[in-house]
Structure formats: C-alpha cells, structure tokens
Design a protein around this ligand. Structure first.
Ligand code: UGA
Length: 413
C-alpha cells in the first residue's frame, strides 16, 4: 500500500520504518525541517535499539510537504498529544487532519495513531472530510521495533467497514490478533491499558512502602509470589522510584481530567498519580535519614533516562530526585550511558561518578549498574530500582525500595 505518516516522533518514525520494511511505499511528513534533514541523512532523532539499521536501508521518503501525500491509500496521524494544564492538547492532531483534508484523495483513509481522548477520531473525520480509523499504539520505548512487529493485539476502531479492513490488511504481517471496535472503544482501550499498568506500578510501590516499615520483608519476594498467580501476572510489578516517560504520567492525567469533565472520577487512576508523585521525595527522605543531612554532601545519581535502553528523560523520576536533592543543598553528579541532562554536572563514566561522591542513588536500572556492589563499599547507597544484591551490601549504609529498614532480610529472592 501507499502509506503516509504525519509526525515523525517515536511512534510515527517506528511505524514508518516498519511498514517500509514490509515493502509498503511510505512517505513521512513532519513540520520540523531539521528533523527531516537528519532523517534524510539516516540519523535518528532518538536512541532506540535497531532504529539505525532500519534507517540505513533508507526506504522512507521524508518531507515537510503534505502534498507528497496526494497518492497515499492511508495516512497515519502520529503527532504528539501533550498534556497542558492537566488537559490533552489536540491542536497538532486537528491541524494535521485539516492539512490531510487538503491533499488526500477522496477515498484515502485517515488513521489516528496518536493517543487521543475518546471522541477525537470522530472529529478528525469531520475536519479532514475523510473516513477515519482509530489504531492505537502499544509499543514500549526500548523495545519499539519488536513491539511493532509482534504486538499482543492490533486494535482497529472504525464505523466504516472497508476503511477498517484496509488497516487490518496493513498489519496482517504481524500475525497478531486483530480486534475490531468502535472509534471510542479503540481510543479508550489505549488509556485504560496505560492507566491500568500505572495503577499496577503504584500498587506495588505502596506495598514496597509497607515492606520498608516491616521487619524481614522484601517487596521483590512479595511481587514474585503475587505474579505466580496467573490472574495477576508478573509484569509491571517491579517496585522502584515510580513511572516516568512520555506516556504514563501524561495519559493518566489526561484521562482522569477527561473523565472528571464528564462527571466521572477515576479514583484509582488519580491515586496512582498521587502515589507516583511522592516517590522521589520518599527516596530523598530515606537518603537524608541515612546520611544525617544532605546540605553540602556530594551525591552520585546513576541513570537519568526514565528507564533503561532509551536516552529519553521526559518525566524521568531521576530528574525529580536530582531537583529535590539540589533543593536541599546537596551537590549532584550524574552518569547515564545514553541520556543527557542539564540538571546536574554529568560525567562520562560510572566509576568516576561513584568515586567522586559520598553517596550513590541508582535511579535507572541500566545493565551496567548490576554487580557493582564491591565498588560501592564505603559509600551510602540508595537502590531506587532494586538492581543490587542486598546480601552483598553493608546494611548500615544501604537502603533500597521495598526492603525492610530494620531486621535481617537476607535479600535472597
Ligand atoms: C508505555 C506502555 O508500556 C506502552 O504499551 C505504550 O504504548 C506507551 O507507554 C505509550 O503510551 O506510548 P513506555 O512509556 O515506553 O511504554 O514505558 P514502560 O516500559 O511502560 O515504562 C513506563 C514507566 O514505568 C517507566 O518509568 C518504568 O521504569 C516504570 N515501571 C514499569 C516500573 O516502575 N515498574 C514496572 O514494573 C514497570
């Protein structure tokens, strides 16, 4: 098929690259001239495993000019949908819809891939004057290509059967189950899924808090045993500093405000947001208690990306930990294998970061932060992502999320 993709951010670019890999003719449009030029030179705007290889094959046409979409059968809208003042900001979506209405053939289909509140795709249909399909994306950063090639499910929401069939055919190569829904159901599935996962993370983080107050208790053990129940499943039960990134914080806020405007309170989702907001403060308090004060102390933060295998720091909890520590007068030095930040002085090696500081906080679970117990000897340590083996740490100088503050926890598990 001839496919257009508007918005070459994470979701748009990966969609474009994967569809081109599957022999479709793909044109990618973005308003950012700089980004388009970089892409033409096969340079990725972000770090994501496998993207450079796909870019090097150079199969997608990149442009800022919508008129290049005149011949496409399908045009994806994959522009960003930020949350501004707690509400979803949809201007990019509607301006893309308007531009598409000016250039697309009459029988072309507009496919909304951006995460949008229910009712948006229907309006996109009105603004563009074309048939519309909602096809939400469930890819994770760090695993984006694989998730696009092998999604757990493909959701095709539409009131026009032939338009839905066309999108279904496009993703046939995945071999994944396809679920046909209404437009609104497809839009809500996306928020319900992200919100549920966020609730799961906040739930285990509250259990972690309780573990810390009990003797001989480790949330890792609790989570592992919970996850053995197939109804619960082991995923998204990793306690830590909380969820960040470009999706969970934004989407939970957007859907709870959207629901409230319709007279429905999403109490569980709101609670998940609140629990998450307290994570960095809690970590800093724990560190302060252990060190007996933070003013003038030098602290190394290992990891600023919101999770490993990405250079993305959007809504990263690590950044909030850094800001809080600096607010308390601590001096912060950071290291991350990929991500960059201006929030604190950054050094190029993990060992230098540890050497320079009196205390170490592990804020992102990069592989290279595992097995470093010996090099942390003599430092105060806060393991915010549970990568260290507590049995190899001196418990007088060590705290970890979800691990008893007192007692004889062996740490095995
Ligand atoms: C998330 C969803 O997982 C994707 O399905 C969805 O498509 C995407 O949002 C989106 O809406 O675009 P992503 O933001 O890439 O993907 O990252 P996740 O792997 O879901 O992690 C989100 C945050 O939760 C991270 O900060 C991670 O550290 C944290 N997390 C995750 C935990 O603290 N514990 C866990 O057990 C799992």
């Amino acid at each position: 098929m001839r496919v257009g993709v508007v918005g070459l951010g994470y979701v748009g670019l990966i969609t474009a690259l994967v569809l081109a890999e599957k022999e479709h003719v793909v044109v990618g449009v973005d308003v950012d001239q700089g980004k388009v030029e970089e892409l033409r030179c096969n340079r990725s705007p972000f770090y994501e495993p496998g993207v450079e290889d796909l870019l090097a094959k150079n199969r997608v046409t990149y442009t800022t000019d919508y008129s290049a979409l005149g011949e496409v059968d399908l045009a994806f809208i994959a522009v960003s949908t930020p949350t501004v003042g707690g509400k979803i900001y949809l201007d990019h979506v509607f301006s893309a819809a308007k531009s598409l209405g000016e250039v697309l053939r009459r029988e072309a289909v507009v496919v909304v891939k951006s995460t949008v509140v229910p009712g948006t795709a229907r309006k996109v249909g009105e603004v563009s004057g074309r048939r519309v399909v909602s096809n939400p994306e469930f890819l994770r950063e760090g695993n984006a290509i694989n998730d696009t090639l092998h999604p757990d499910r493909v959701v095709v929401g539409s009131s026009d059967r032939e338009a839905g069939d066309r999108v279904e055919r496009l993703w046939e190569f995945t071999g994944s189950p396809v679920v046909r829904t209404s437009l609104e159901e497809a839009e809500l599935v996306k928020y319900a899924s992200n919100s549920f996962l966020a609730v799961k993370v906040s739930f285990i983080n509250e259990m972690a808090n309780l573990c810390e107050a009990l003797p001989d208790c480790d949330v890792e053990v609790v989570a592992r045993v919970m996850g053995m129940d197939r109804r619960i499943a082991p995923y998204f039960l990793k306690a830590g500093l909380g969820f960040g990134g470009s999706c969970f914080p934004k989407d939970t806020l957007a859907i709870s405000n959207f629901a409230r405007e319709r007279g429905e309170d999403l109490r569980l989702v709101e609670a998940a947001i609140q629990v998450n907001q307290l994570r960095p403060t809690r970590a800093v308090e724990s560190l302060r208690e252990m060190m007996g004060g933070l003013t003038g102390r030098r602290i190394c933060i290992l990891g600023v990306a919101f999770k490993p295998e990405t250079d993305d720091t959007r809504e990263s909890v690590a950044l909030r930990v850094i800001q809080t520590l600096r607010g308390e007068g601590a001096e912060v030095v950071v290291y991350d294998p990929r991500a960059r930040t201006r929030e604190a002085r950054q050094v190029d090696s993990r060992d230098q970061c540890i050497r320079e500081a009196e205390a170490v906080v592990i804020a992102t679970e990069w592989g290279e932060f595992r097995g470093i117990e010996d090099s942390l000897r003599g430092k105060f340590v806060y393991d915010g992502r549970r990568v260290l083996d507590p049995s190899r740490m001196d418990r007088r100088y060590f705290r970890a999320v979800g691990l008893s503050r007192s007692g004889s926890t062996s740490g095995q598990g």
